[in-house]
Design a protein around this ligand. Structure first.
Ligand SMILES: Nc1nc2c(ncn2[C@@H]2O[C@H](COP(=O)(O)OP(=O)(O)OP(=O)(O)O)[C@@H](O)[C@H]2O)c(=O)[nH]1
Length: 747
């Protein structure tokens, strides 16, 4: 009974039908009731209408926003070929963790640990994407420069401290430069002990960030450090975000070419720098070209330096190429490339005309050891051509150019060994060891000398000394390698990376002079020591002999040279006069001097010989100024006629009648007379008498007596014509007196 009573008392919960989920859907799918439902819909037309006003407004604005977002101005992508790497600028106030973030990202992408962040670092982040990380400097100029090329700006903010002015300054600069994509990253969040406070701060900073940029701007949180690095998971998320981000081209940038230089090289000839420390330098800049094409000769602005024109532009092979287009997911380990020349990372260095491969020091040292010990043992089986070539290359001390240069000295033919220098590749290789020893001692001498003379030679020598000492201070094996390499190239730390600088002729000159001095001293000390082993010493000996001969010999040479100099000078003068004035000019001075020697009286007589009367008069009037007569002056044949002294009464009276105030009739008469005179002179022209022989020469007209009657008739006709002319003139004068004067004056 008890059981029955209990059962009757038990109250069951009413079954609640499913409100959502799959079973609910199943139940609300009754096929039978389909028609009924459709009827219901028809019956209730307001079922899908909005019930709330505000909700409807919100829905509408959201739909409009969505549509608006789709409406983009079509961006024309002018790029062809491989897209240049996107530039990610990491910005933030000092000590916020910029370097650490770049290192972490590079580590994530490439699995390489970056020792130092210097200059742009290019990495391959995906099959179609490369990224260049650049740390933004903390000064305003650096920010302006960075804003010019940034495709994405990572703004690092110290979460424990809050926003700093640098962030806002950079945001303002970005706005002026077209505003690229921006992402915030909060660091130093591990300093919060209170989780609630951390949460609140995050919220506060996020909203502040949104007001500054736009609502919903992405802000990342890096919670702290694990083993001195940011957590892998957070870096992975950030990297993923960067990898898939869409970069919209900025209009100004797409229409202007620009380059973010990731490497530069000073290619000024060293001798020019030596002569003038402040000379104009030639600088080669390397980097990916963005925007549009760049032409040779285009004017470029180098940020922070100034405006320049491009001497040349050339395309190089890509130092960090995109992976092959194989159909596979992700990147293989090999394809995880990166290129950071300024940070001293990456084994390949692409130059304008060469590709350099960096090989670690411990890999370079093997060959010398082989030569000494294992060389003989391996001789039998070692038939590798490449290895042999490398060894022979290592043993060569001088390039072919240098050898050829030195072989020129064998013009004197004293030592046939010099000419063999140009050929002796094998000989050099055999004597290599010996030569190295010589060089070693030479280097020691050099350094000693530099020690002493450092104060005298100034900075350049100091640098040389530093280089030498640096090269010598690397242990014996390394020292050998350095000494060998010093002849053709010098390994030095420049621009943030190790570079081998090729040194030819001119750089060696400075040292060669010292070498020669040293060798001379060495020769004096060592006496008969054979110096054939090193060609440099031979060269210096030869040059030394030429430079420092005995004093007696020098005296003879100088005497011989004196006469040579005189002869050369005399020749030079004749040559010069001939060159400048021609042959006639060179001979004329002698003639003139002869004439001058014969005396003035004779000169006067000679002048009259065989000269037309008119000219004779002219020469008597305008003679040469003997005092100022210059033999080598081309102006000696010109006649300097004396200017009339217009203050003399006779002179100015002679032209008085030519003016308005003068007597015109007189001048008319004078004209007639002058006309007649000129005709007479014409007739007489050519009459002269030879004073030496006493013969008189007259014109043929006068001599011919048969033609006299004809002449008289002509004279009569001429006179008539002249009279007619005068009458006409007089008539005309009466009519137009002024014009007549004018015409006369001109005549
Ligand atoms: N506790 C903590 N320390 C951090 C965090 N981020 C960076 N640091 C430390 O801050 C110091 C500065 O980091 P850097 O990466 O050199 O900062 P930076 O911005 O590159 O510095 P500058 O280049 O000098 O401006 C380092 O010792 C980092 O270990 C972080 O989130 N938490």
């Amino acid at each position: 009974m008890a059981i029955d009573s209990g059962a009757s008392e038990q109250s069951h919960k009413v079954h609640r039908s499913r409100q959502s989920g799959a079973s609910k859907k199943k139940k609300t799918k009754p096929h039978k009731n389909k028609e009924d439902n459709s009827d219901e819909k028809k019956q209730n037309p307001k079922a899908f209408a909005f019930s709330s006003n505000s909700k409807a407004r919100r829905l509408h604005s959201r739909a409009v926003e969505k549509e608006q977002r789709k409406l983009h101005i079509p961006a024309i992508d002018r790029s062809y070929g491989e897209v240049p790497p996107y530039v990610v600028v990491v910005h933030g106030p000092p000590k916020v963790g910029k370097s650490l973030l770049i290192k972490s990202l590079v580590k994530h992408y490439t699995k390489h640990t970056l020792p130092e962040v210097r200059g742009p670092i290019t990495i391959v982040s995906g099959k179609q994407r490369r990224i260049q990380f650049v740390e933004c400097p903390n000064d305003i100029n650096g920010m302006v420069d960075a804003a010019k090329f940034a495709d994405l700006a990572l703004l690092l903010i110290d979460g424990s401290y809050g926003f700093e002015m640098e962030t806002f300054e950079f945001l303002n600069i970005l706005q002026v430069h077209g505003f690229p994509k921006v992402m915030g990253v909060l660091t130093h969040l591990d300093k919060f002990k209170d989780v609630k406070k951390l949460k609140k701060t995050k919220q506060r900073l996020k909203h502040r960030f949104w007001t500054e940029i736009y609502d919903g701007a992405k802000l990342f949180y890096l919670s702290g450090l694990i083993h001195g690095k940011y957590p892998k998971r957070e870096i992975h998320n950030l990297a993923r975000f960067i990898s898939v981000m869409k970069f919209h081209p900025l209009s100004w940038r797409t229409s202007h070419p620009y380059i973010l230089v990731d490497r530069f090289e000073d290619v000024t000839p060293p001798e020019r720098v030596q002569t003038n420390n402040k000379c104009d330098r030639n600088v080669t800049l390397y980097g990916y070209l963005r925007g549009c094409n760049l032409k040779k000769g285009a004017k470029v602005h180098v940020a922070g330096v100034g405006d320049y024109s491009l001497a040349s532009v050339s395309g190089l092979s890509d130092p960090c190429p995109l992976p092959s287009d194989a159909k596979k997911k992700g990147l293989r380990e090999k394809e995880k490339l990166f290129y950071a020349p300024m940070s001293g990372l990456g084994d390949l260095l692409y130059d304008k005309d060469a590709v350099y491969i960096n090989i670690n020091d411990h890999l370079v040292q093997y060959s010398k050891v082989d030569d000494g010990n294992g060389g003989a043992a391996r001789k039998g089986k070692d038939k590798d051509v490449g290895e042999f070539l490398v060894k022979s290359l290592q043993n060569t001390q001088y390039s072919i150019d240098e050898k050829l240069e030195k072989s020129k000295i064998s013009l004197f033919g004293q030592n046939p060994n010099y000419s063999s220098e140009a050929q002796g590749g094998e000989k050099n290789s055999l004597e290599g060891q010996e030569q190295i020893h010589d060089r070693e001692s030479l280097e020691q001498y050099l350094t000693d000398e530099d020690d002493d003379d450092a104060s005298q030679f100034g900075e350049e020598n100091d640098d040389d000394y530093l280089d030498d000492s640096r090269s010598l201070g690397q242990g014996k094996d390394a020292q050998n390698a350095m000494l060998k390499s010093e002849d053709t190239d010098r390994v030095e730390f420049h621009g943030g990376r190790l570079r081998r600088k090729a040194i030819f002729g001119n750089d060696v000159d400075h040292n060669d002079l010292k070498d020669s001095d040293e060798e001379n001293e060495q020769d004096e000390n060592d006496g008969d020591e054979d110096t054939e082993s090193s060609s440099s010493s031979d060269f210096s000996d030869e040059s030394g002999e030429d430079l420092k001969p005995d004093e007696n010999v020098m005296g003879n040479i100088s005497k011989w040279k004196e006469s040579l100099l005189e002869r050369a000078v005399s020749r030079q003068t004749t040559n010069l006069t001939q060159l400048v004035y021609g042959k006639s000019a060179s001979t004329s001075p002698t003639l003139v001097t002869e004439e001058r020697d014969s005396g003035e009286d004779e000169e006067d007589d000679d002048d009259e010989f065989f000269k037309p009367k008119g000219e004779g008069k002219k020469t008597s009037k305008g003679g040469h100024d003997d005092a100022d007569f210059n033999l080598e002056d081309c102006s000696k044949f010109t006649n300097y006629s004396e200017p009339n002294n217009w203050k003399e009464k006779e002179v100015y009276e002679s032209i008085r009648d030519r003016f308005v105030t003068g007597d015109w009739s007189k001048s008319a008469l004078r004209n007639q007379v002058s006309d007649a005179k000129t005709e007479d002179e014409d007739d007489e022209y050519g009459d002269f008498e030879d004073l030496e022989t006493g013969e008189k020469y007259e014109s043929h007209l006068k001599d011919d007596s048969g033609t006299d009657a004809m002449d008289k008739e002509d004279d009569a006709v001429n006179k008539e014509r002249r009279l007619k002319k005068v009458l006409k003139h007089a008539k005309f004068n009466a009519q137009y007196p002024f014009h007549l004067n004018y015409v006369q004056f001109v005549l």
